[in-house]
Design a binder for this molecule. Structure first.
Ligand SMILES: Cc1cc2nc3c(=O)[nH]c(=O)nc-3n(C[C@H](O)[C@H](O)[C@H](O)COP(=O)(O)OP(=O)(O)OC[C@H]3O[C@@H](n4cnc5c(N)ncnc54)[C@H](O)[C@@H]3O)c2cc1C
Length: 396
């Protein structure tokens, strides 16, 4: 059983189906079932983009050809001793489990955040935000209506902040108000996670997009009129987008093992959860060694191969066949910077190797082709794409 239909879950399910084929296991001998909150494979990394029309793919187009059953249900509890999963669709027993329930943006207990805060954590959240902006554009021509505060100048917040000016300009084109985007972070610099090499590129891109930045300040309250900062300043804004931090799905607490500071389960090189027989974990719920010094990063980059290897290995574990260890010898980041292009870094120290339009071409290729499954409902193509092999780095 696979839980979750994101980058890790989709590829785990297809890789398990592929491995059964490879071993010549007769159809019907081993059932693969996926439970996920939505009937879609969402290309979550695109949630900051203005056009989300191709970022949601029906699971039926991906899993039916591979004879993987899929159920829509919100998983509510996992009992690893009884090997039972509870969801809003029922109670489901399993022989082997691949946990791929992803991560969630951290929502601290700040007054007003729950009522007035938006985010781009999921497809539904991102489309909710866009609908809210369109509604505001039909209301009074108030400067706060066209002002968006983005909280958290990490990778997601930077991609969102640099994309917003163009989206606001288009949404508010008929109104006599100037769009304003303010990016706030309590760290003294934007993009602290990106390392010093990329910082000047990011700062220049924010300035080029017309994004204001306020660093070294936190948010203490949010209401319908705006955001109150720890400095006492109030930024009048009808929209706040919360992008500050990610944590593994809270169901990782059901496993009774120590989790890392991001709430992730420790897994071995085969993606087996340490100390929990029969359970594999992949993607943002798992912390796997990528090499002798580094563990996986919550990323699409790592979730997809983790899913493929978990799917291959879960069948090996079930049928007592060989498994494959996962190690990834390269690490890159490709950060969209809106009208200024993108920045491409290599290595765990994230040194810049390309920026501007050159890096943007790579980003586009990743977001629209590289991370997509085959969409032609072709069983062989889907299973071939799920092979436990590492892609080369995207290049620049
Ligand atoms: C705006 C944005 C931009 C990003 N940009 C990048 C980037 O440029 N590069 C990069 O590498 N990473 C990026 N990431 C991170 C990347 O999206 C995640 O690391 C990746 O999606 C993790 O894959 P996953 O399969 O573990 O989880 P997800 O893709 O989140 O999938 C989780 C699945 O579990 C399901 N689920 C969750 N809870 C339940 C439940 N209780 N019951 C049933 N189903 C449930 C969900 O519906 C979903 O199908 C970005 C993330 C965001 C939000």
């Amino acid at each position: 059983m696979v839980l979750g239909s994101g980058f890790a879950g989709l590829w785990a399910a297809l890789a398990a189906a592929r491995r059964l084929d490879e071993l010549g296991v007769a159809v019907g001998t081993v059932d693969i079932t996926m439970i996920s909150a939505t009937p879609y494979h969402d290309i979550r990394v695109r949630d900051y983009e203005a056009d989300l029309s191709t970022s949601r793919i029906p699971l039926s187009a991906l899993l039916d050809p591979a004879e993987v059953e899929h159920m829509v249900g919100e998983v509510t509890a996992i009992d690893t001793a009884a090997r039972v999963v509870e969801s809003t669709a029922g109670v489901h027993g399993y022989d082997r489990l691949v946990l791929a329930l992803g991560s969630q943006v951290v929502r601290p207990d700040i007054p007003g955040l729950r009522e007035f805060g938006f985010d781009i954590d999921t497809y539904d959240a991102a489309t909710r935000l866009q609908a809210h902006l369109r509604r505001l554009a039909e209301g009074p021509a108030d400067p706060a209506a066209a002002t968006v505060v983005v909280v958290g100048a990490g990778l997601t917040g930077i991609e969102e902040a640099t994309e917003l000016p163009a989206l606001l300009a288009e949404t508010f084109a008929a109104r006599a108000v100037a769009p304003r985007v303010v990016l706030i972070d309590r760290n003294p610099f934007v993009g602290s996670d990106m390392g010093v090499s990329a910082r000047p590129v990011i700062e220049a891109a924010l300035a080029y997009a017309g994004v204001e930045t306020k660093v070294g300040v936190g948010v203490v309250a949010i209401d319908e009129r705006g955001v109150t900062l720890s400095s006492g300043e109030v930024v009048p804004a009808a929209t706040v987008v919360w992008c500050a931090g990610m944590r593994a799905n809270p169901l990782t607490a059901d496993f009774g093992v120590d989790r890392d500071r991001l709430g992730r389960l420790p897994v071995d090189d085969y993606l087996r959860v340490h100390g929990v027989p029969g359970v594999f974990a992949a993607g943002d719920v798992a912390a796997a060694k990528m090499d002798e010094e580094h563990v996986s990063v919550m990323s699409c980059q790592h979730s997809r191969p983790m899913g493929r290897y978990a799917g291959y290995n879960v069948i090996g574990d079930l049928l007592d066949k060989p498994m494959k260890p996962l190690r990834i010898p390269w690490y890159v980041t490709v950060l969209d910077l809106g009208p200024a292009g993108a920045v491409y870094t290599e290595g765990w120290d994230r040194h810049v190797v390309a920026s501007g339009e050159q890096a943007k071409d790579t980003k586009r290729a990743i977001n629209t082709r590289r991370i997509y499954p085959p969409l032609n409902r072709d069983r062989d193509a889907l299973l071939a794409a799920a092979a436990p092999e590492l892609q080369a780095a995207p290049g620049h």
